[in-house]
Design a protein around this ligand. Structure first.
Ligand SMILES: NC(=O)c1ccc[n+]([C@@H]2O[C@H](COP(=O)([O-])OP(=O)(O)OC[C@H]3O[C@@H](n4cnc5c(N)ncnc54)[C@H](OP(=O)(O)O)[C@@H]3O)[C@@H](O)[C@H]2O)c1
Length: 338
């Protein structure tokens, strides 16, 4: 029986849901795959950097009690990883859309230490995918980031594992839950402001919803997909998104009534010069289009390839568990390959 030492960096929505899923699934994973694991590192700004190679009391940490272990200085992530004897670093800290830092440095430290790295954070994917992939190869470790787009729904692993040798020509989708929910609520009669408030009350929109509403979260996701799946680095600034702020309730309801509902559509397409053109903007889509019927916080993306002409993946009812399943599945994928 192989026992993996897991280090969790970031203990917010994703980090906590992942910790809970790891606890819930431990016996099943042991039984089905002959794999054992214990969480030996746990870190966040307020929690501090805790490590114990014999395992931390993560259930206690989830309940707001002391997890045990020795605290380390944040400036010394290498010492923390060593103290945890980490085989896998899960990085789930806040996204920095401009630079991807400090997550990129954390992930590099994980690879230098000799651990697999797994992140739900789009920042490092958009700003350092090639660098981290090359370092992971050089170190003989894995770099996975399934949850960066559409949570635990397999997108990156789908292309990596099930679609070898395809050329992705273009994709089109709805990738931001918050704006899709706001548009659905506006169709149902709310004003833009009331729809934002409802999305916040449901825990889907953040206190400051501008990154979603102005299209930047969707632009970062388009960048991540194009960078990884098309092999062409695309920065969010180049996507230059237009959000949904300018749409009024009347416009949104009239568009739905006319059978041409508004959606925040994400697109990327390979250009003749080998580059990729990408956009995020509100578009009216015909009622018969599969995208027209993706409502609330759900997501969808259709990929067009040279050998599979149209493949659509959609996600319904995303929540903390579906997001945590991304890094969890990444871990099992790497561990079962070893
Ligand atoms: N929420 C989702 O549904 C979702 C889905 C897919 C991907 N993601 C991505 O997953 C990541 C985590 O999201 P989240 O919703 O869990 O965010 P969150 O609730 O804000 O949690 C972020 C965690 O990271 C810690 N942290 C932030 N900066 C840090 C730093 N420099 N050093 C150490 N710890 C740091 C925070 O510490 P404190 O607790 O002390 O503040 C907190 O524990 C983000 O990159 C996000 O874009 C989220």
């Amino acid at each position: 029986m192989t026992t993996y030492h897991l280090a969790l960096l970031g203990f917010g929505n994703v980090g906590r849901a992942l910790a809970q899923l790891l606890l819930d699934k431990a016996a099943e994973v042991r039984e089905r795959y002959g794999l054992d694991y214990k969480i030996t590192g746990l870190a966040a700004r307020r929690l501090g950097w805790l490590a114990d190679p014999n395992g931390l009391d993560v259930a206690a940490a989830l309940a707001g009690r002391a997890a045990g272990g020795r605290p380390w200085e944040q400036s010394d992530i290498r010492a923390w990883l060593q103290a945890a004897r980490a085989d896998v670093l899960f990085e789930n800290t806040s996204m920095n859309p401009q630079t991807g830092q400090p997550a990129i440095d954390y992930l590099k430290a994980g690879l230098e230490h000799g651990a697999h790295i797994i992140t739900a954070n789009k920042g490092p994917v958009v700003h350092a995918f090639q660098e981290l992939s090359a370092l992971a190869r050089a170190k003989g470790q894995g770099f996975r980031h399934e949850a960066a787009v559409m949570g635990g729904t397999p997108i990156f692993s789908l292309f990596r594992e099930a679609l070898p040798g395809v050329q992705l020509q273009r994709f089109r989708g709805i990738l931001n839950s918050t704006t899709n929910l706001i548009l659905s609520e506006m169709e149902a009669g709310l004003s833009f402001e009331a729809a934002v408030k409802k999305a916040q009350d449901l825990g889907i929109a953040e206190t400051d919803p501008s990154a979603d509403v102005d299209g930047w979260d969707a632009a970062v996701k388009v960048s991540a997909l194009a960078t990884v799946l098309m092999g062409v680095p695309v920065k969010p600034q180049a996507v230059n998104p237009t959000g949904i702020r300018a749409l009024t309730g009347e416009q949104v309801r009239a568009a739905r009534a006319a059978g041409q509902p508004y959606k925040l559509i994400c697109r990327a397409e390979r250009a003749a010069d080998g580059g990729v053109t990408a956009s995020v903007r509100p578009e009216q889509v015909p009622a018969g289009d599969p995208l027209a019927n993706v409502n609330g916080p759900d997501s969808i993306v259709t990929f067009e390839m040279d050998t599979l002409y149209s493949l659509t993946v959609s996600e319904q009812r995303p929540d903390a568990v579906t997001t945590a399943y991304g890094p969890f599945a990444d871990f099992l994928g790497l561990a079962r390959r070893a």
